[in-house]
Design a protein. Structure first.
Length: 124
């Protein structure tokens, strides 16, 4: 239970949330907002907010349909503009993550070198 609470409280930027939503909807357009929120580890409110923004910008189209149990549901379809936006965001996110990786790699090397230079007083 603690793990689920932690996952739902992850700090995800709006850009990353939109990218993750676009990616999920491309694979599963009939995903419910609640399930989308659970799978992405973000709040239902954030999913709803991002979906509304994506629809308003023309990246996603919401189509109403009837499920087998006769309840109304939505299918979320990426528009051609939505596919372009997803690709652009993927490119930007990859660049960000690569820069972050390089920074961490440099920091790991520096820490390893410092550890190698430092003697443990207990071992002396």
């Amino acid at each position: 239970m603690i793990e689920l609470y932690y996952v739902q409280r992850l700090n995800v930027s709006p850009d990353e949330a939109r990218l993750r939503i676009l990616t999920k909807l491309e694979a599963q357009p009939d995903l419910k907002q609640r399930d989308l929120a659970r799978e992405l580890g973000i709040s239902l409110g954030k999913v709803n907010y991002c979906l509304r923004a994506l629809i308003a910008k023309g990246f996603v189209k919401a189509e109403k349909f009837r499920r087998a149990d006769q309840k109304a549901a939505y299918i979320y379809v990426l528009t051609p503009h939505g596919f372009s936006q997803k690709r652009q965001q993927l490119h930007e996110f990859l660049q960000y993550k690569q820069a972050e990786y390089e920074t961490l790699r440099t920091e790991i090397v520096e820490l390893s070198e410092e550890l190698a230079r430092t003697r443990d007083p207990v071992e002396e």
